[in-house]
Design a protein. Structure first.
Length: 597
């Protein structure tokens, strides 16, 4: 039935019963809203002709439909909301030039279902005056544009909201400013854009607060411009903005990018602890532990025994987290400095699984004896199965298991125990644990493979590679670097070239570690011949002249700095010691018997 006939039918029905056409329209609309909401869309479209129904009635119908579709399940809501958007565009175009008026309750849920072009059209209708909205609705558009990296439109909507009467220093307005500033970091030259946006916002009267300063600081840190981040922090302090927990977390993130800088790390941690929130904020406290673990697991300095590093990290842990879980593991923690003069102990947070992982990393590297990793691992598994909450949480990700695996594979005779760790990760935990066991990830298999490769057991290393692929886990850069390095250490040029070929087929480019491993092969002439035969260099899309120069560079000896770094790396032994032979044979058997997922 055409729209014209629908309109005539309503008018004829109205005359028959002595009613007005608009009265019948409202009764039909109310009935459809109550019993057949989906049909209301067709009804509104069919009656969109002169004489039009009152515009405020149509607005009410559309608002009711938006609320209804917003409450539906997502897979159904999207389709109906799309029909509603298309209907809206038709209904706005009235010959009477009447102006629709909607609030945020209409546009906010609808924006989530609109395409980019539809959002643009909605915003254009608002800008041209076809649809009247209040400043709250314009802020929703600004937020939507910001979250979809449309910076210019987001800024425009913010300025329109100010012109419409928005309080530019209110929480909603500043929240949209924060969204806009964060969105700028996703663009090339994002920090420069961010600083210009700050200038624009300040010029229209927006007053900076701690939150906005934190956002700009975070953008500077992510852009690796730590000097700008420091300048912003200093300026915020001078303006009287006390550091918040977010400020501390951002400053600690900056420390990770400059982890060798002792002064920066020390000042940041002291400032964080002085803030007072760190003892109640497990995220910031864990960030401190992460920074300390990264800093103290760098390469040894001459005369450094390593135990001092462990003692420093452990002392910081004792101030922030409850040492009980680690004590139950048998980790030798330092004396508890948090005991008060009256004999009571200060209340500390339960450790997060990340904090436990960071401390174990440092302990197993610097604070433990040679065979202690195996003992602590067995105790950890017992406590996990018994449901010790902080320690059981560590089994929900592969991280802690990988830490133990890495520590044990450093000992050439312990690969059988390493294989058992991998097996444990593939077995479900008992119900008493209260958590689900995380399965091995790409790093687990890479560590396991490296354990074999570092001792020249290339058949077992290749077997691990095949097994992880059978479980749909693709090797990563660490995996290929271990293989290439092991073949180079064994002076197996053909094996190394085959590993490089497979690495290229997997989409991995040569990195600095690959180049170093290639230069370890003594017979560089043979390597060059094999490269030319297999045309491996054609994987790099360069002209012939550039390829020739690249091959020459890759096959030339390392420069002085690289040679020093290369000399500091542990030599990969191509042979097994006699005592390890039986252990590796058993490891191969256990690996083959690992249950498939």
């Amino acid at each position: 039935m055409t729209q014209r006939h629908d309109k005539l039918a309503i008018e004829a029905y109205a005359r028959q019963y002595g009613k007005l056409g608009r009265e019948v329209w409202s009764e039909v609309a109310l009935w459809l809203l109550c019993y057949q909401k989906h049909t209301l869309i067709d009804f509104l479209e069919a009656t969109h002709t002169a004489l039009y129904p009152p515009i405020n009635w149509v607005e009410d119908c559309l608002c009711c439909l938006v609320r209804h579709y917003n409450l539906m399940e997502t897979n159904h809501s999207h389709g109906w909301s799309q029909l509603l958007v298309q209907l809206f565009f038709k209904l706005v175009d009235r010959d009477t030039n009447e102006q629709y008026m909607f609030n945020s309750d209409f546009f906010r849920p609808l924006l989530a279902h609109c395409t980019a072009l539809q959002v643009n059209e909605l915003y254009r209708m608002i800008k041209t005056g076809k649809v009247k909205v209040l400043h709250h609705t314009l802020l929703h558009f600004a937020d939507h544009f910001g979250k979809h990296d449309r910076i210019e439109q987001s800024l425009d909507a913010l300025l329109e909201a100010k012109a419409a009467g928005a309080d530019i220093n209110s929480v909603p307005y500043r929240s949209c400013c924060s969204t806009l500033l964060r969105a700028s970091s996703q663009h090339p030259g994002g920090l420069r854009i961010c600083l210009r946006l700050i200038e624009s916002l300040v010029s229209v009267g927006v007053k900076l607060n701690r939150i906005l300063c934190n956002v700009v600081m975070l953008n500077a840190v992510e852009a690796r411009d730590l000097d700008t981040a420091d300048a912003i922090h200093l300026s915020a302090i001078q303006q009287g903005f006390a550091p918040s927990a977010y400020t501390c977390a951002i400053r600690l993130k900056a420390c990770k990018l400059d982890i060798s800088n002792v002064q920066r790390l020390t000042e940041t941690i002291e400032e964080t602890i002085a803030n007072g929130e760190v003892r109640q904020n497990e995220i910031v406290a864990t960030e401190i532990m992460h920074c300390l673990a990264l800093h103290h697991t760098q390469e040894f300095q001459e005369g450094d025994s390593g135990f001092g590093r462990w003692r420093t990290v452990a002392a910081a842990y004792m101030q922030l987290f409850d040492p009980g879980p680690l004590t139950r593991l048998g980790v030798k923690m330092p004396a508890d400095a948090s005991v008060n003069t009256n004999g009571t102990v200060e209340q500390r947070m339960p450790p997060t699984r990340h904090a436990i992982a960071f401390l174990l990393t440092v302990y197993l590297r610097y604070g433990s004896k040679l065979n202690e990793a195996e003992r602590i691992y067995k105790r950890w598994r017992e406590l996990v199965e018994a449901g010790d909450a902080p320690l059981a949480a560590c089994a929900t990700t592969p991280n802690v298991s990988n830490i133990f695996l890495r520590a044990i594979t450093r000992q050439k005779s312990k690969m059988l125990q390493a294989a058992r760790i991998v097996k444990d990760m593939q077995k479900p935990l008992p119900e008493s644990a209260g958590v689900e066991q995380a399965e091995p990830d790409a790093y687990t298999w890479s560590i396991f493979l490296h354990g074999f490769a570092s001792t020249g057991q290339m058949k077992l290393a290749e077997q691990v590679l095949r097994y992880m692929r059978s479980r749909s886990i693709e090797p990563n850069h660490v995996t290929w670097t271990s293989l290439v390095g092991a073949y180079a250490a064994a002076q197996d040029s053909e094996g190394m070239l085959d590993a490089l070929r497979r690495m290229g087929q997997g989409g991995f480019a040569w990195n600095e570690w690959t180049r170093r491993n290639v230069t370890r092969l003594r017979n560089q002439q043979k390597l060059k011949e094999l490269l030319e035969e297999q045309r491996l260099q054609q994987n790099l899309d360069f002209s012939g002249e550039l390829k020739e120069g690249l091959v020459h560079k890759l096959l030339s000896g390392p420069d002085d700095k690289a040679a020093q770094e290369l000399g500091s790396l542990p030599e990969m032994s191509p042979r097994l010691n006699a005592g390890a032979v039986g252990g590796f044979a058993d490891s191969a058997t256990e690996l083959a018997e690992m249950p498939a997922r």
